[in-house]
Structures are given as structure tokens and as C-alpha cells.
Design a protein around this ligand. Structure first.
Ligand SMILES: [Zn+2]
Length: 242
């Protein structure tokens, strides 16, 4: 038969230890560390985004600059044609060709204006991004430095609990020694799934999940030399101790 008293004691110490550990570790300093971590991550993500879009913008600018150069060349060719025509006598002029030249000149001019506008827009964005990236780099540096500083402080805070932690560990180990290894390993397995792996069978219910269980459960628990699990929540059931 299972030593239910020792099992309950073990869980009590474990719960006390867990609570102590939680209080020891969930400090304001830790909250601040997490906050710096979030700031760092957000800045890092934004920076990666800007780097990527910066590469795309850089490529786009060099494409547009090539377009601009080729349009300027077209315009120069057209200007040469126009100056050639201006030297022609009236009889040699062809009205349709002149009309076409005017249309071409307008089209090229409009393209040049539009490409130039796009380039300067992109360059403005590019320099705005560069400014933002500089600020983000600073934020990365600051949040990291602050995090490291808080970490040192946090480690000191946690170290203050060292003695108590050791004493809890010893109590837990001693309590563990009183139990069969099989029970301890079941206990630890259930604990990864839910808190307080050991529950009382009381008033026909499991104290862990509050489910009503068959009336012969108490007898089955008493008779079993293996852990008896609640059929609903899977906790180890024990009977209330005197
Ligand atoms: Zn249960």
C-alpha cells in the first residue's frame, strides 16, 4: 500500500518550494528585463525590415538613374535633329515630321520629369530610413546595455534566496526518499501537465478536478499498491489522512 501521508507531504513541500521560487524570480527587475528584451526585439525586427526595403529602394534608384541617363540621351539626339531642321530652308521643312518631333520632345520631357521626381522621392525616403536606422541602432545598444545591467542586479536578487533554495531542495530530497521511485516519476510526469499532481478523494470527488467518482473508488485506492489515477484528470488519488 502506498504511503499517502508521505506523498501528500512531498507535494506540500514541492508546492511551497514552487511558490517560493516564483516569488523569488518574478521581481520588478525581471519585469524590466523582459520589457527591454521586447524593445530590443522590436527594434531588431524593424531594422531588418528597413535594411531589406533599403536594398530594394537602392536597386530601384539605380534602375531609375539608368532610365534617366537614356532619356537624356534621347533628348540630346532630338535637340540635334531640331537644330539641323532650324538650318533648313522653308521648302525643305516637312510639317508632319516637325509635329512628330514636338510630340516626341514632349513625351521625353514628361518622362524625364516623372523619373526625376521618382528618384528624388526615393532618395528622400532612403535618407529618412537611414535616419530611422541610426535611431534604431542606438535603441538596440541602449536596451542591450540596460538589460545586462538589470541582469546583474537580478542575479544578486535571486542569489539572496540561495540558502532557502538549498534548504527546500534538501527537504524535497528527503521527502522523495520516503517514496517509491515509480510514484515520484509519475508525480513529475503529471506535474508537467498540471499543478498539484496528488489529489484527495473526498466526498466521492477528486479534489483536483472536482469530478464525482464511483463509490468503490476509496476501496480501490486503499487496496492498490500502485498509484491510483483519477479517471478524469489523471492525478494520483489518495485518501484524506487522519
Ligand atoms: Zn481528478
Amino acid at each position: 500500500m502506498i504511503d499517502m501521508k508521505s506523498l501528500l507531504e512531498y507535494q506540500e513541500i514541492d508546492a511551497e518550494f514552487t511558490e517560493f521560487d516564483k516569488k523569488l524570480k518574478n521581481t520588478e527587475t525581471r519585469r524590466q528585463m523582459n520589457q527591454r528584451k521586447r524593445v530590443y526585439k522590436a527594434a531588431h525586427d524593424r531594422l531588418s525590415q528597413l535594411e531589406q526595403s533599403g536594398r530594394v529602394k537602392g536597386d530601384r534608384i539605380s534602375d531609375l538613374e539608368k532610365q534617366y541617363a537614356s532619356l537624356t540621351e534621347d533628348m540630346e539626339d532630338l535637340e540635334k535633329d531640331i537644330s539641323y531642321y532650324s538650318e533648313c530652308s522653308d521648302e525643305e521643312l516637312d510639317a508632319d515630321e516637325i509635329k512628330q518631333m514636338v510630340v516626341d520632345a514632349e513625351r521625353i520631357y514628361e518622362s524625364i520629369v516623372s523619373v526625376k521626381k521618382s528618384i528624388s522621392q526615393l532618395k528622400a525616403e532612403f535618407s529618412e530610413d537611414a535616419k530611422n536606422m541610426k535611431a534604431l541602432l542606438l535603441k538596440l545598444k541602449t536596451s542591450r546595455a540596460e538589460f545586462e545591467e538589470l541582469k546583474v542586479q537580478y542575479e544578486k536578487e535571486v542569489a539572496l534566496g540561495d540558502e532557502d533554495v538549498k534548504s527546500f531542495e534538501k527537504r524535497l530530497k528527503d521527502a522523495e526518499k520516503k517514496l517509491p521511485a515509480e510514484i515520484v516519476s509519475e508525480y513529475k510526469r503529471i506535474k508537467t501537465l498540471k499543478p498539484n499532481p496528488v489529489a484527495l478523494f473526498k466526498d466521492s470527488r477528486c479534489s483536483g478536478c472536482n469530478m464525482q467518482l464511483p463509490s468503490n473508488t476509496a476501496a480501490s485506492i486503499s487496496a492498490s499498491d500502485k498509484p491510483y489515477f483519477c479517471e478524469n484528470c489523471g492525478r494520483i488519488l489518495v485518501l484524506p489522512q487522519e
